[in-house]
Design a protein. Structure first.
Ligand code: NAP
Length: 495
């Protein structure tokens, strides 16, 4: 038992009220937070509106679903998994992994399924929490682990209600709808759509991809691990650790450096690889239509080993004329063409500025989070918001989002949050939140650094807010790791 667990336990044994924590969400970050709180002997309740764990890996069940980040890096550092079958893992396997960790680490009994948190009121020093079913409880600490890519962005197309076929968002897959031999349309060209195209073209009688903006696509093969390799990973955790370090270093030194420096050789190398990949498209007219007019990695880089092959199949068409309306038979585009369909999938992304909302969050002095975030969500190094003490975000605004391991970044953030909670356990303070000044200073610097990122080089994406300012971590990944090492307590106010 470490010092902190001992002090949590001793304050408990001394008859003081033990610290109670609520975690909102039982996805990757919520399971992680519950484990870390558990390790400290803190009484934790996880509120999950769904009926099983997994977050984005529960919500997304579309054909072709996979994680394009290397599987061994996309695992918790404390629960490595020698059994991954290939470099990148399919979605159902990842969901199973999270279910296994939640079960093995004792998280499942702490989860209240079917309990959507609708309101949080700060009643210093602690939070009153209310769920949609009328359940109320009080907690010293709240960890928000509600994810980013959670609320589907569902555009309205005129006439959609007249469509004779099935229409749904990619994250709300209707598994009752038959796909084989059907005429399938997909709207959107992001990472989700690229996986859908690769999986569905071989199954459809006719496939239409409705593209508003072309994407750069990097070739990423997915080699299988041999039984001998898996046996080696099982036998020696050090072998697995060095593989993880190798995968990590490659991405951190390559992609993570490229996106924050428009003039970097790493970005030039990515551009070259994407251009080279595009040459796979043999038909010059199709290649022209698939060629973006902005720099590679400006939007999230699509990784695929099958997109260009699939879209060149004789049963596939790339539609670049704007969608005018939906008719009973299919999609009518602005050029007057009718694309007849049985199934239309809206692979149109997510509302990424929601975070914990629509939960109503009322902080110290009656401060409403909706007002605090009226100009866009902001959090000090992505974890703390002024006037919302003892409320911490994992994967909050300004997190490093991109083509790297969200599990690793969440672990860093959770480690940082736990250090702030350790102060509560030790009795150093009863409430802690970042100061307004520290948030402003951090945000000004973060936004300034954003001016040199690739995200502002002439494309629109979910990495930009309504004013065109990057919403992600705009500094180096090394700086992220350093910042997360220990809180600078002078940036926090405590009582
Ligand atoms: P996305 O990247 O936001 O792409 C949405 C697509 O829908 C874009 O092509 C967009 O076009 C199009 N679109 C939106 N509204 C439209 C409208 N009204 N009419 C026509 N087209 C419209 O969404 P996503 O593909 O679901 O990916 C979201 C994020 O999820 C990714 O960036 C990634 O972080 C994550 N993801 C990860 C993986 C993985 O393997 N790790 C896989 C899937 C998703 P415009 O470009 O013109 O806006």
């Amino acid at each position: 038992m470490d010092d902190v667990s001992e002090s949590a336990a001793s304050s408990h044994s001394a008859g003081k009220e033990p610290i109670r924590a609520a975690v909102i969400g039982a996805g990757m970050a919520g399971i992680l937070s519950a484990i870390k709180l558990n390790e400290r002997g803190i009484d934790v309740v996880v509120f999950e509106k769904g009926d099983r764990v997994g977050g984005t890996w529960r919500e997304n069940t579309y054909p072709g679903l996979a994680c394009d980040v290397a599987a061994h890096w996309y695992t918790y550092s404390f629960a490595r998994n020698p059994e991954w079958d290939s470099l990148m893992a399919p979605g159902p396997k990842i969901r199973e992994y999270f279910e296994g960790v939640a079960r093995d680490r004792g998280v499942l009994p702490r989860i209240r399924f079917g309990q959507e948190v609708v309101r949080l009121d700060y009643e210093g020093p602690g939070w009153r929490l209310a769920t949609a079913t009328g359940h109320e409880d009080r907690f010293d600490v709240v960890i928000v682990a509600t994810g980013v890519l959670h609320h589907p962005n569902v555009p309205h197309f005129d006439g959609v209600e007249t469509f004779n076929g099935a229409v749904f968002h990619s994250a709300r897959w209707d598994h009752s709808v038959a796909l084989d031999g059907k005429r399938i349309g997909v709207v959107g060209t992001g990472s989700t759509a690229a996986q859908l195209v690769t999986a569905l073209v071989p199954r459809a009688s006719r496939f239409s991809l409705f593209q508003r903006t072309p994407q750069w696509v990097m070739h990423r093969p997915n080699p299988a691990y041999t039984e001998a390799e898996k046996a080696a990973f099982r036998a020696d955790p050090a072998t697995l650790d060095s593989l993880v370090q190798e995968l990590r270093t490659r991405t951190v030194e390559g992609y993570a450096t490229a996106v924050i420096d428009q003039d970097s050789p790493q970005l030039a190398a990515i551009e070259h690889l994407c251009q080279e990949n595009l040459e796979k498209v043999r038909n010059p007219e199709l290649r022209r239509k698939l060629t973006p007019d902005y720099r590679a990695a400006c939007k999230r880089l699509v990784m695929s080993d099958g997109f260009y092959e699939a879209i060149q199949q004789p049963n596939a068409e790339l539609v670049t004329s704007r969608i005018d309306r939906i008719e009973p038979e299919g999609v009518r585009t602005a050029d007057g063409a009718l694309h007849e369909l049985d199934v239309l999938v809206l692979s149109t992304g997510f509302q990424v500025d929601r975070f914990i909302r629509p939960t109503k969050v009322i902080g110290r002095g009656g401060r409403d989070l909706d007002d605090a975030w009226a100009d866009g969500p902001e959090a000090y190094i992505s974890v703390s918001v002024p006037d919302f003490p003892n409320l911490f975000l994992v994967n909050g605004p300004g997190s490093p989002f991109g083509n790297f391991s969200a599990i690793e970044t969440s672990e860093f953030q959770a480690g940082y949050v736990m250090q702030l909670i350790d102060g509560l356990i030790r009795g150093d303070y009863r409430e802690v939140s970042v100061t307004h000044e520290a948030l402003r200073r951090f945000e000004d610097e973060r936004q300034e650094a954003g001016r040199n990122t690739v995200w502002v080089t002439g494309c629109d994406s979910w990495y930009l807010d309504k004013k065109g300012v990057p919403t992600s971590w705009t500094f180096s990944y090394d700086r992220f790791v350093q910042e997360m090492a220990a809180p600078r307590m002078q940036d926090f106010e405590t009582q």
